[in-house]
Design a protein around this ligand. Structure first.
Ligand SMILES: Cc1cc2nc3c(=O)[nH]c(=O)nc-3n(C[C@H](O)[C@H](O)[C@H](O)COP(=O)(O)OP(=O)(O)OC[C@H]3O[C@@H](n4cnc5c(N)ncnc54)[C@H](O)[C@@H]3O)c2cc1C
Length: 404
């Protein structure tokens, strides 16, 4: 069987490694970091959002855009850049925000999420790995009647696809999640999705990597940054590194998440990805913390009880490729979270802070294809706000593409 390298040990890369190892390939999993799950997958909101595949470019966001551009929404920031790729991305993002494009993109994402859900059931059965997976259900909380009513159309459309979602008033939501009685935010209504699940993406990456090494003899090459590819007649021959000898391979899948645009000289498709930075705070779970996953739509906050931890994740800062995080944004996240749930009022000594970049395309759809430039190289990148949800479905799609 062929040798294949997977570049990137986040949720997308490790899931791709799993799919390829199961199909009999000799897999080498490569990452610049010293451990799997150290990038965008490390401290995300943990949601397996099978029913919430909503594309980021939407009519609702466009209506909101003037406020965002004037800096009136603490959840968003746009770091303006004199970079042609940024401008092209912005124009393509706007073109994707029409009602028709939004629904086309959302439908495709929901289809991919359904494949992921199916593959996750197989993975849980076959591997038995533990990563605090739980069928938690999810409540989207709407702060005003207008936005709640506007959600009805999408709920009806999703119901039409066989996805179970229900619209509830505040009392109905409190029945599902009694901890909401102490929720300080406005709740004009809620959309409840009983089938959505959650799990710790970083633990998944580590546990699945260990399983693949043990059960399939997968090789790992951690702590080594890929800087390019060696080709002969445009056919991939080897992976090039900054700090070690080339690795000869028959094929490779680039699954470098927000790191992919840094390789865009050799992989021009990766120019279509912009980092959208987010932040999270994780504290010990208390008896009163909500167990059902919550999304506060107005504040753009996601709350999740993951094992014995409670996490809030949020903020969406469109930044330059390679830019670092802004320490002050943890304060903004704490202010927003503590305004609705008292758990986040004071910085606890047991608190873990984290920031990561969502590798986002203008359509919110990932790029899953063969490289235009290099035969034998495949791309599985650009999963944006939903990489954890879409990882296994994307892995199956790229594996099917390679098998063709
Ligand atoms: C605040 C926040 C909350 C989120 N919440 C959710 C959620 O609830 N549900 C959901 O589905 N998604 C969520 N996401 C999105 C999700 O986390 C990402 O889409 C997903 O982690 C992307 O996975 P990835 O494997 O593509 O990238 P990563 O996890 O970043 O993995 C890429 C890996 O490639 C490595 N790499 C990069 N370049 C190189 C190179 N040149 N050489 C070698 N290695 C390299 C990196 O070190 C990294 O480990 C959230 C994201 C954020 C920021």
């Amino acid at each position: 069987m062929a040798d294949i390298a997977i570049i990137g040990a986040g949720v997308v890369g490790v899931s791709t490694a799993y799919m390829m190892a199961r199909r009999g390939y000799r897999v080498t999993l490569i990452d610049a970091a010293g451990a799997p799950g150290s990038g965008a997958s490390a401290g995300n909101a943990a949601q397996l959002s099978w029913a919430y595949g909503d594309a980021m470019a939407s009519p609702a966001l466009i209506r909101h855009l003037p406020g965002i551009m004037l800096g009136r929404d603490p959840a968003f920031r746009i770091g303006w850049q004199a970079d042609p790729d940024f401008l092209i991305w912005g124009l393509r993002f706007l073109a994707n925000a029409s009602p028709r494009r939004w629904w086309t993109n959302t439908r495709s994402i929901l289809d991919l999420a359904a494949v992921s859900r199916e593959e996750l059931a197989t993975l849980l059965r076959e591997t038995g790995i533990a990563f605090d997976y739980r069928l938690a259900g999810k409540l989207h909380l709407y702060g005003d009647a207008a936005s709640f009513q506007a959600a009805r159309r999408a709920v009806d459309r999703k119901n039409g696809l066989g996805i179970e979602q229900r619209m509830l008033n505040r009392e109905g939501a409190e029945e599902i999640e009694p901890a909401l009685r102490l929720y300080q935010g406005e709740i004009a209504g809620a959309v409840y999705t009983p089938g959505d699940a959650l799990g710790d993406a970083a633990v998944y990456c580590r546990a699945l990597t260990n399983h693949l090494v043990r059960e399939y003899g997968m090789t790992t090459l951690l702590g080594h940054r890929v800087c390019g590819f060696r080709t002969v007649n445009q056919r991939l021959r080897a992976i090039r590194f900054l700090d070690r000898d080339d690795l000869g391979v028959d094929m490779a899948v680039l699954a470098a998440g927000p790191g992919a645009p840094l390789l865009s000289r050799e992989v021009p498709e990766a120019r279509a990805i912009r980092p959208v930075r987010g932040y999270s705070l994780t504290i010990p779970l208390t008896a009163g913390s909500p167990r059902v996953s919550l999304t506060d739509v107005k504040r753009k906050l996601a709350f999740a009880a993951i094992g014995d931890r409670f996490r809030v994740a949020g903020l969406a800062d469109i930044t330059a490729v390679g830019a670092g995080f802004d320490g002050e944004r943890f304060g903004a996240l704490r202010t927003a979270a503590s305004s609705v749930l008292s758990e986040f009022k004071a910085a606890s000594t047991d608190e873990t802070i984290w920031s990561g970049e969502r590798p986002t395309t203008p359509s919110s759809q990932p790029i899953i294809c063969a490289s235009r430039r290099t035969r034998g190289l495949y791309l599985n990148i650009g999963h944006g706000m939903l990489g954890w949800t879409l990882a296994l479905g994307s892995a199956r799609r790229v594996a099917d593409l390679i098998a063709r």
